[in-house]
Design a protein. Structure first.
Length: 359
């Protein structure tokens, strides 16, 4: 599919355009090289777009995505969230990655009025407009709580929304949704409502797939996605899930991050949900080699400019309703600042290298 035109109602920074050349020239002058590069690729003769993965679950790589599948994904999102032409939207994520690129594709395809701001940690600061739709990572959501009323519907991806943050968004007017997806699936193929209901209900809510998406699990218990409108082949993930129905699933964690401690398999993401009830700082758990257990569980906390008492923290963790004593970290490490990927996700591998005696 070669893209020749865009929707007649499309606007960028409040301006309409009569041709793709006029749009590209305006982009060069106002919103920068990243958006311009994407628009030039979008309207060239190629059938696909090259997209770089974030590198949060492995080494970054470049993938080729068919433009017709990206259009199909945009239409599916518009239908699911009821976002027709003239929807006002804010792009506050990097256009270098799939989430940012797809906001552009949705706007171009569906006829949205799109504003673009730099992908900062506080994207709503000094914005005096109301928007129907936007997408953020959890850090941006956390830093925008006081101004979130400016957005009607918000999707959050690129990381798990903590229990503490969930509590803070329960009674705000903005509808907030967690999304499940990846570059291979052209952003989200499933959505979970996060707010305007009690947090315990949110915790038990499940991801619901978009139309024309079929899900199953493999022998490992990992999600398999069959979505012919966005991928030629089934996508076999490393995400451990529980299938609730043919359209719903509960996400547990990553198969490739499982910790085998004394023969007990621990899922870091589930342990992090528990610890997130009492720890507001950024953190993660991981496994490191241990002569007796094989791997032992450790907790790594980002605590710049503030003191956290390790013993008090461990006492609070022990009081949580954890499944077993194996889920209590054997060591706690504090770092001033975590290593992150270009999309601001925690880079666990590089962060662990910052801790002495861990390779």
């Amino acid at each position: 599919m070669k893209v020749e035109k865009f929707h007649k109602d499309f606007r960028l920074q409040g301006k309409s355009f009569n041709s793709k050349e006029e749009l590209i020239n305006f982009s060069k002058e106002t919103v920068g090289v990243e958006v311009t590069n994407f628009l030039q690729q979008w309207f060239n003769d190629s059938l696909f777009i090259e997209v770089k993965t974030s590198g949060s679950t492995g080494k970054p790589k470049v993938m080729q995505l068919l433009k017709k599948y990206m259009v199909n994904s945009a239409i599916a999102t518009g239908n699911y969230f009821n976002l027709p032409e003239n929807t006002t939207a804010l792009l506050c994520m990097s256009p270098n990655y799939i989430a940012g690129k797809m906001m552009l594709v949705r706007a171009l395809t569906l006829g949205w009025h799109l504003d673009i701001v730099k992908p900062t940690s506080k994207p709503l600061k000094n914005r005096n407009k109301q928007y129907d739709f936007s997408a953020m990572v959890p850090m941006q959501l956390h830093n925008s709580l006081n101004e979130l009323y400016k957005i009607m519907k918000l999707i959050v991806g690129g990381g798990v929304v903590s229990e503490g943050l969930l509590d803070k968004i329960q009674n705000i007017s903005t509808e907030v949704f967690a999304t499940y997806g990846m570059t291979e699936t052209i952003t989200h193929i499933a959505v979970k409502k996060l707010n305007n209901c009690h947090s315990e209900l949110v915790e038990e809510s499940h991801y619901k797939t978009l139309p024309d998406v079929i899900i199953s699990i493999d022998k490992r218990g990992c999600l398999v996605i069959d979505a012919p409108k966005i991928s030629n082949e089934k996508v076999i993930t490393n995400d451990l899930v529980i299938l609730i129905s043919e359209k719903e699933f509960k996400w547990l964690g990553r198969f490739d991050t499982i910790i085998n401690s004394g023969g007990i398999k621990l899922i870091p993401e589930q342990i992090e949900i528990n610890i997130g009830r009492i720890l507001t700082a950024r953190f993660f758990v991981s496994g490191i080699p241990d002569a007796i257990l094989g791997e032992k569980l450790i907790l790594v906390v980002e605590c710049a400019n503030k003191e956290i008492d390790k013993e008090e923290l461990l006492k609070k963790i022990k009081k949580l309703k954890l499944v077993s004593s194996y889920e209590i970290p054997k060591e706690v490490y504090f770092l001033n600042k975590f290593a992150v990927t270009e999309t601001k996700k925690i880079n666990r591998v590089e962060t662990l290298k910052m801790i002495k005696n861990i390779d």
